[in-house]
Design a protein around this ligand. Structure first.
Ligand SMILES: NC(=O)c1ccc[n+]([C@@H]2O[C@H](COP(=O)([O-])OP(=O)(O)OC[C@H]3O[C@@H](n4cnc5c(N)ncnc54)[C@H](OP(=O)(O)O)[C@@H]3O)[C@@H](O)[C@H]2O)c1
Length: 270
């Protein structure tokens, strides 16, 4: 049977293992770090097996090899991998900022290589994951999207540079949304409505809004139109936020800054 192997099982790798387990899919793990290894060993069983050494793997069985080590460790790993990896194994790199060209050059083999960039919701199989490769035909893309569909939503990118934008938008997205929610929570707190938990109320506001949009099958603008009547209360607030497109400018500048930082960091790592 063709197997999936993950090398490096720290923060991201562990989340990936959790999704495999929750979907009852089998996975093999190679982990260097002694304390991570010991923890994984205790949890291993029917759905995953953990090893400390690449020598222990039956490489002919590996269909997908997922690399989840830190950027500083990938060059060394690729150097060792060339002695083990089978030519039919597809390499999936989760390593931020390391380009396909660098991986292929360091590996020195003709294996198919794909880059995956998930966000933190991968832990619950709800990640929006950017995927890029430059030598994959459409039929194969469909197969990969189907296979890794349990990660959440898979988005194939046309250009490798778009990974930087994706990292800024979907990687950072949960933090930007949380910041806005935190501001709303602070406003609520200041009104000292003590008997209610501001955290729970703001969370409910978010859930209810998303639920309404989904159930009514309307756009964000569609919802805004339903809430804001001309000359009404919400319209006053919206007019202020839209003045000189301030909110739009703030958000697009924040994401642009994050994207540029991702480009800068990639250049350093490559
Ligand atoms: N964390 C995220 O949410 C996230 C999101 C998107 C992308 N990424 C990317 O995912 C990669 C991993 O990030 P992370 O936060 O999970 O890092 P991490 O917590 O440091 O985990 C990496 C693990 O890999 C182990 N390792 C290193 N070299 C190895 C080797 N040759 N064989 C086996 N195990 C090895 C490390 O052991 P030692 O501690 O002994 O070195 C460590 O336990 C990074 O490249 C990052 O850019 C992470």
């Amino acid at each position: 049977m063709k197997k999936i192997l993950i090398i490096g099982c720290g923060s991201l790798g562990y989340s990936i293992v959790q999704v495999f387990k929750s979907k009852k899919k089998k996975i093999l793990v190679v982990e260097n770090n002694k304390s991570n290894f010991d923890l994984l060993k205790k949890e291993s069983g029917k759905y995953f097996s953990v090893f400390r050494n690449l020598k222990e793997i039956k490489w002919d069985d590996i269909k997908y090899l997922m690399i989840c080590v830190k950027p500083k460790d990938i060059h060394h790993l690729l150097n060792i991998l060339k002695d083990y990896i089978n030519k039919s194994t597809t390499i999936i790199s989760f390593v931020a900022g390391i380009k396909l060209k660098t991986i292929k050059t360091n590996l020195g083999l003709k294996n198919r290589v794909i880059r995956f960039m998930p966000n933190l919701s991968i832990k619950y199989g709800q990640s929006i994951t950017a995927v890029y490769s430059n030598n994959i035909v459409s039929k194969e893309k469909i197969k990969i999207s189907d296979y890794f569909g349990f990660f959440g939503t898979i988005v194939w990118l046309k250009k490798e540079e778009d990974i930087d934008f994706f990292t800024a938008f979907f990687g950072g997205g949960p933090a930007y949304i949380s910041l806005i929610l935190e501001h709303l929570q602070n406003i609520l707190k200041k009104r000292q409505i003590k008997e209610i938990d501001s955290n729970i109320l703001v969370l409910k506001l978010l859930e209810n809004t998303l639920n309404y949009i989904k159930k009514e099958k309307i756009s964000f603008l569609g919802l805004i139109k339903r809430v804001a009547s001309k000359g009404g209360t919400t319209q006053q607030g919206l007019d202020f936020l839209k003045k000189r497109s301030q909110l739009n400018l703030l958000l697009s500048t924040a994401i642009k800054k994050a994207e540029l930082q991702s480009v800068k960091m990639s250049k350093k790592k490559d």
